[in-house]
Design a protein around this ligand. Structure first.
Ligand code: NAD
Length: 549
């Protein structure tokens, strides 16, 4: 008899929950897929209808029901309910239908889910650690029942392009960790979503009767830093070697926390480093089409935050790897923020922008910056919907034979342009990537298939590689290796139809390759803590969770 998935190792059938308790345990429940033999042995007779379904049939039923639902938020809720019912079935559904499900469990739907989090909240998932828990965080973490290897943590201050959503930002770590399991096969019990609830400055939430978080203004200054520090220390003690991913922190915390911990502990910031790698991979793919070298590109960013400076920093490293000096590489990357071109001498520039504050006359707007600097690539990461106007796109097409246009802002309402606009206003010549999903575009007899420059191509593989070999640190070199690996997986057929990333159903393959690349860097730099396996790909694949009963 097949025991239900996730039976505790070494435990005999007598230790297993039986009957109703078994059906109510999402880690063990198979619902109508319990076989006749299991029903007999596990006290399930009479508790289930007679007909036994296969897992595949259950998946098909879930998808039929899902497609009948009227809106994406309803689908998001239905998928969460499924996860509460049967973890294996949930992940099987996600893995088998990643194209359709990823936008429902992550961007763009997760943005809406976070905005309505108080209303759709059902079962808690992950850990909520509030400012009131200061001094007791170690005690709280001891309540977590699983051996976490990977934590995604947010303080909810900058959720996607939506701003301060306080404790409602928990949807983001939960969604990201689902992607870790679905896209890279990291076992769900190794994944711990954490909300550091330090309050919110969002007045609407503070006045919302269904707001789930602390009803107070955000902790700031030393009190905030001490709180985060207590969490980081307690997490390392509770789960030795745990990898901590910072997620959707506001600029003033994100850069600081990353720089504070990155050389000492196993941490990274996906908004900065994961975004950088996926964008760099897209640039490498675009260069396969226009035949250029990265070191010859001029990149103009709309936005000067975590995504923009993260991408620019990795592009600089990659240009230097092609032989350009650091100064020349930096000079090929330019930022436009809400006050215009970031240039030397502008007042009150925040630290993270200073590297890209070049000697140049002030330029007030993005279009003039394009006309002045003549970039080969524009990358939109300012969360200003529609900012790549027809004129912007036409100008890029006048300057470049194959303009690189990445409209990466999320959710869809914040996208700088749609795929259709990008292709139409450049006569089909744009090398386009997007942050939100767009349907294929038919133009002048050709079908373009735009693909999302989604961080989920990168962070699951990085996390898989790093946790599999117990890396002590996560380095930029690993993200560069991930970018190269992802771009290498793009096929000539993908390129032919305008896709700069592999098809999403290949994501587990991509994650496995990225994990190998990351592990190789860790061994090269002496960061791994387990002996080097002879067959690295075989080893990585052996670590990947495949949701089955
Ligand atoms: P951020 O808050 O760190 O940065 C936003 C930047 O935009 C700031 O520098 C701000 O000054 C600038 N800005 C605001 N208004 C502007 C305007 N009118 N003109 C020019 N600049 C303006 O946020 P972030 O983490 O950098 O993310 C930005 C956007 O990118 C979000 O929508 C996010 O969802 C998206 N994003 C997408 C991906 C992806 O698709 N892979 C990854 C990361 C972030």
């Amino acid at each position: 008899m097949n025991m239900p998935a996730r039976a505790k190792p070494g435990s005999g059938p007598s230790d297993q929950p039986r009957g109703m308790a078994l059906l109510r345990d999402p880690l063990l429940n198979k619902g109508t897929a319990f076989t006749e033999v299991e029903r007999e042995a596990l006290g399930l007779r009479g508790l289930l209808p007679a007909h036994v379904l296969s897992m595949d049939e259950q998946v098909a039923r879930v998808m039929t029901n899902l497609r009948d639902l009227p809106g994406d938020l309803e689908k998001y809720v239905a998928l969460n309910t499924l996860l509460d019912r049967s973890e294996a079935l949930f992940f099987r559904v996600v893995c088998d239908n990643i194209d359709e499900i990823q936008p429902l469990i992550y961007t763009p739907t997760v943005g809406l889910a976070c905005q309505r989090f108080g209303l759709i909240f059902q079962r808690p998932r992950g850990m909520f650690i509030s400012a009131n828990d200061r001094g007791r965080i170690a005690e709280l973490l001891a309540n977590w029942p699983h051996p976490a290897k990977l934590i995604v943590v947010t303080d909810g201050e900058r959720i996607l392009g939506l701003g301060d959503l306080g404790a409602h930002g928990m949807g983001i770590p939960v969604g990201k960790l689902s992607l870790y399991s679905a896209c890279a096969g990291i076992r769900p019990e190794y994944c711990l979503p954490v909300m550091l609830d330090v309050g919110t400055n969002n007045e609407d939430l503070l006045n919302d009767r269904y707001y789930i978080g602390l009803r107070q203004k955000r902790l700031t200054g030393a009190a905030y830093d001490e709180f985060v520090d207590e969490f980081i220390t307690a997490a390392g003690d509770a789960f030795p070697g745990v990898l901590i991913q910072f997620e959707d922190f506001a600029n003033h915390s994100a850069f600081r926390l990353l720089h504070k911990y990155r050389d000492e502990l196993n941490v990274f910031n996906d908004d900065i480093q994961g975004t950088a790698a996926v964008a760099l991979a897209g640039l490498f793919s675009a260069l396969r089409v226009n035949g250029g070298k990265l070191a010859d590109q001029r990149v103009l960013f709309l936005g000067a935050g975590e995504a923009a400076t993260g991408i620019a920093d990795l592009v600089v490293s990659a240009m230097m790897a092609e032989g350009l000096s650091e100064a020349d590489s930096v000079r090929r990357n330019w930022l436009v923020d809400s006050r215009g071109l970031v240039v030397k001498g502008r007042e009150n520039l925040t630290d993270h922008k200073l590297r890209y504050a070049h000697d140049h006359a002030p330029v007030d707007d993005f279009l003039t910056a394009i006309r002045t600097l003549k970039p080969t690539a524009i990358i939109g990461v300012a969360a200003v919907g529609g900012a790549f106007t027809a004129e912007v796109l036409q100008t890029m097409a006048e300057i470049n034979d194959r303009p690189i246009v990445f409209a990466l802002s999320n959710p869809t309402s914040k996208a700088e342009c749609t795929a259709e606009e990008a292709y139409r206003h450049t006569g089909g010549r744009a090398l386009f990537a997007c942050g939100s999903p767009f349907d294929p575009v038919r133009l002048a007899g050709k079908t373009f298939v735009p693909r999302q420059g989604n961080n989920s191509y990168i962070f699951p593989g990085v996390g898989l590689g790093a946790t599999a070999i117990g890396s002590r640190l996560i380095t930029d070199e690993m993200f560069m290796a991930a970018a190269h690996t992802l771009a290498y997986l793009v096929t000539p057929e993908d390129i032919e139809q305008g896709s700069l990333y592999p098809a999403l159903p290949r994501i587990r393959e991509a994650s496995a390759h990225i994990a190998v690349a990351v592990a190789e860097v860790a061994y090269k730099r002496g960061l791994a803590t387990v002996p080097r396996p002879n067959d690295m790909m075989g080893f990585i694949e052996s670590q990947m969770y495949d949701p089955q009963y």
